[in-house]
Write a protein that binds this ligand. Structure first.
Ligand code: AMP
Length: 196
């Protein structure tokens, strides 16, 4: 299965996809984590860091080449959960092209719907424990604005493809996980019955 998570910063995409990982046994691909890991280790990573630290999106070509390299790894041959990718229409189109070539279309796109004021509180709490440089009040505001402007158009893009399922992300991590699991199970039945 190939699953995409979309939601504003702080909505719990990472937590939800890690919980689903135990359930589905397919790997998790977080572009935010990949970019943070590349920060110290490559010139491209250092370039990407300049955008991340300002709360802006890293340019599409950098993200796309990084994701392409990951998807070629054998670990991803049975599918994966994309967390924080795609984040622009250009990334979504490029993902569609590459999945078409591989003959493995997306199974479901899960939107985590959340209240923004609550999200900002959650992110400031996370900043205190994880010390992420992009979790300052200023960058949080910018990342929220970037989500609305560049990422939220993806909701319509995937709705038109019949792939979008929206889930209330304001409950406890366990409650949110149950909603996601129900949506994924329903999709699995549809996919399996279509396959005969
Ligand atoms: P995240 O951990 O998903 O919240 O991502 C942290 C930061 O990494 C974002 O604010 C962006 O600067 C960058 N980033 C992560 N994923 C992408 C992506 N798909 N496209 C562009 N920038 C990204």
């Amino acid at each position: 299965m190939l699953i995409v998570f979309i939601g504003p910063p702080g909505a719990g995409k990472g937590t939800a996809s890690r919980k689903l990982l135990d359930y589905l046994q397919i790997p998790h691909l977080s572009t935010g984590e990949l970019l943070r890991a590349a920060k110290q280790s490559s010139p491209l990573g250092r370039l990407a860091a300049q955008y991340m630290d300002r709360g802006q999106l890293v340019p599409d070509p950098i993200v796309l080449s990084m994701v392409g390299e990951e998807l070629d790894k054998p670990a991803f041959s049975r599918g994966c959960m994309f967390d924080g990718f795609p984040r622009t229409i250009q990334q979504a189109k490029s993902l569609d092209d590459s999945l078409r070539q591989r003959g493995t279309p997306l199974s479901i796109v899960i939107e985590l719907k959340a209240d923004e004021a609550e999200l900002i509180t959650r992110m400031l709490r996370r900043a205190a424990t994880e010390k992420r440089v992009d979790d300052t009040p200023e960058t949080i505001g910018r990342r929220m604005e970037v989500y609305h402007r560049q990422t939220s158009p993806l909701l319509d893009y995937y709705r038109k493809q019949g792939l979008l399922v929206s889930v209330d992300a304001m409950g406890s991590p366990d409650d949110v996980f149950e909603l996601i699991r129900a949506a994924v199970d329903k999709k699995k039945v549809t996919v399996e019955s279509a396959a005969g």
